[in-house]
Write a protein of this length. Structure first.
Length: 401
């Protein structure tokens, strides 16, 4: 790719990919399967649904969130794996899962490598800060690179209509496809509990996730529902909050007796918390398409969230959930009180939410959407397993010969 000047705008041009064989591998890149986070939950859902067996797909980890040297080794290993397979003409498609900022820059290198070898690539965008990243985190040359990566992709996968529109604002020529995050939908859910008492938060403990707003809403809630209890499950991230700092704020507000912070939960413990909860709350300041929100809806837990990112594409306020504005503890408290005190409201919202998620975001529906995308891009269904490869995802990248 080479820089070019178009009028007053700086751009990047890329050599278009040449047509290649469609019977090779799909190389999929994303975070380690051991790394906590929504993107990892998506990859795990793909694996559990058999995507890696149904298609000639190899998953390679590029990020594990550990110390810098470990992250660098993992990243370099992933790049080497990509180079070897691309050079040997084994690859039919590169599919990268990306967020924004550092994640985008790392994944854009893989996109450029695919392009250099004439292999089409899909960039699958998960981050909830795309506009902020592009407008505030990029100079003119960086913006040109972002546009080029989006423009030259065989497909840009976005999570909702909102993110499709955001991508098109940045690069109108981007070829976008909406594929939501997958979630398992149980055959049955626990009966509606009466009286409702337990409010659940599942996310990173960051101010931008609205966790402090939730704690500040607790005193108001307790005045109307004295026996209400709150579970804030998550961990701090890059200097964010911690269970200790959350409890300290609760003590200062004299509501610590109503709050429990179990830390990050997953698997059986997460399922247990969802079963025991009466309301799920995610008062974020930005979001892409939160997996935990979809999980709560699928399990019959009525949800309260904010009007940000892709959430309004999932939640119709008053129909299958309640929406409030971010950064406002009092309206949040009123929404929680309404949920806890109105059994009919909770029943109606949870049934509508579960029906919506089953139709639009069930694992089966999303895997079918991915299969349709691969077929549209010319990938053959027959599994291809070159020597040295299995189709199971790896917890870390390796170099294969």
């Amino acid at each position: 790719m080479v820089p070019s000047t178009r009028g007053k705008k700086t751009g990047l041009t890329m050599r278009p990919p040449q047509a290649g064989a469609t019977s090779g591998l799909i190389l999929m890149f994303g975070p380690s399967m051991d790394y906590a986070g929504g993107m990892t939950e998506v990859i795990r859902a793909y694996s559990a649904a058999g995507l890696f067996e149904a298609w000639p797909l190899r998953y390679i980890s590029t990020y594990a969130g550990r110390d810098f040297s470990a992250k660098l080794r993992l990243w370099l290993s992933a790049v080497c794996s990509a180079l070897i397979q691309l050079a040997r003409r084994r690859v039919a498609l590169v599919h990268v899962h990306s967020s924004t900022y550092g994640s985008f820059w790392r994944k854009s290198v893989l996109c450029a490598l695919a392009f250099a070898f004439g292999v089409p690539y899909v960039i699958h965008l998960h981050g909830g800060r795309l506009a902020e990243f592009y407008q505030g985190g990029c100079n003119a040359l960086a913006k040109a690179w972002v546009r080029a990566v989006l423009r030259e992709a065989a497909r840009v996968v976005v999570l909702s209509r909102h993110w499709r529109d955001e991508v098109r604002k940045i690069e109108p020529a981007a070829r976008t496809t909406i594929i939501g995050n997958p979630v398992s939908v149980p055959i049955s859910v626990v009966p509606l509990q009466r009286p409702a008492r337990t409010v659940l938060f599942l996310a990173w403990l960051q101010r931008t996730k609205g966790v402090l707003d939730l704690v500040r809403a607790i005193p108001t809630v307790l005045r109307s529902v004295p026996k209400a209890t709150f579970v804030i499950a998550g961990r701090g991230f890059h200097g964010g909050e911690s269970p200790e700092s959350i409890m300290e704020l609760a003590r200062s507000l004299r509501v610590a007796h109503a709050l429990r912070c179990p830390g990050w939960v997953n698997g059986v413990m997460k399922e247990s918390l969802l079963r025991e909860s009466d309301v799920f709350v995610l008062p974020s300041y930005f979001e892409a398409l939160p997996v935990a929100l979809l999980e709560a809806m699928a399990r019959g837990v009525p949800v309260i969230a904010t009007r940000v990112g892709g959430i309004p594409d999932v939640i119709d306020d008053g129909v299958n959930g309640l929406l409030v504005d971010p950064g406002r503890p009092e309206p949040l408290a009123r929404a929680i009180i309404a949920m806890l005190t109105d059994d009919a409201l909770r029943s109606r919202l949870r049934e509508a939410a579960r029906t919506h998620v089953r139709k639009r975001y069930s694992t089966e529906a999303i895997i079918e959407d991915l299969g349709m995308l691969y077929r549209e891009l010319g990938i053959r269904v027959e599994p291809v397993k070159p020597r040295g490869f299995s189709n199971a995802p790896e917890s870390r990248a390796g170099v294969f010969f």
